[in-house]
Design a protein around this ligand. Sequence first.
Ligand code: JB2
Length: 211
Amino acid sequence: MGEEMNIVIIGSGGHARVVADILLAMDGMNPLGFVSGDGEAGTPGPLGLSILGDDGSLDSIEHDGVVVAIGDNALRQRLFEQLCAAGENLVAAVHPSAIIAADVVVGKGCMISAGSIVNTGSRIMDNTILNTGSVVDHDSNVGPHAHIAPNAALAGNVTVAEAALVGIGANVIPGRIIGKRAVVGAGAAVIRDIPEGAVAVGVPARVVSGS
Ligand code: JB2
C-alpha cells in the first residue's frame, strides 16, 4: 500500500465541496483543505476541512497535488494553466461510483462525479468536469476545460471542444460536435453541430447567440 497523497483543493464554493467529498471517498487521497479566492486562512470550511489561505499561500503548504475545483470554465482553465506552469501536480478527482471503461483516457485535474458513466473509446481531456450522473458514451472526446453538467448525456462519437459547457440534462445525438467555449442550455437536445462560442437552447437545440 502506498502512502496517501495530500491534496489542496483550489476554490471553496459549492463545486469545491463536491470535489472534497469525492477525494474523501477515494482511496489514497487526503484532502488538506481549500485555497480560496475570498476566504481567510483558518476559516472553517466545508466537510470539516479548513480554508488554508489564498493562492499566494500554496507554496507554504506541504502537499503532493492540487485539483482546481471551480465550475466556471474560463477561470478553471486560467488557474489550471498557471498551476501547471508552476510545476504543480494536477490530480483527477474520480468518485468511486463512476463507471469508466478500462480503455478510457482521463486527463490531469479532471473531476468525475458520482454516478457518471464513460464508455469505451472515449477520451476525457485535462481539467474537465463530468458532473453528477453524466453520461459520455463510446468513442466521444471531451476537450480540456469542458463541463458536462449533471445528468447530461453524450451519445457515441460526440466531440465537445475546449471549455464548452453542456448544460444540466442536455442530450447530444451521436457524432455531433460542440464547438470551443459553446454553451448548450439546460435540457437541450442537440441534433446539429454547435459552432464555436455559440449558445444553443431548446429541443431541438437552436443557436440563440454567438454565431
Ligand atoms: O483566483 C482565484 C479564485 N477566483 C475565484 N483563486 C482561487 N483559489 N479561488 C478562486 N475563486 C473561488 O471560486 C472563490 O473563492 C469561490 O470559492 C469559488 C467559486 O465558488 P462558487 O460557489 O461561486 O462557484 P463554484 O465554482 O463552486 O460552483 C459553480 O459551478 C458548479 C459546477 C456553481 O454554479 C455550482 O452550482 C455548480 N455545481
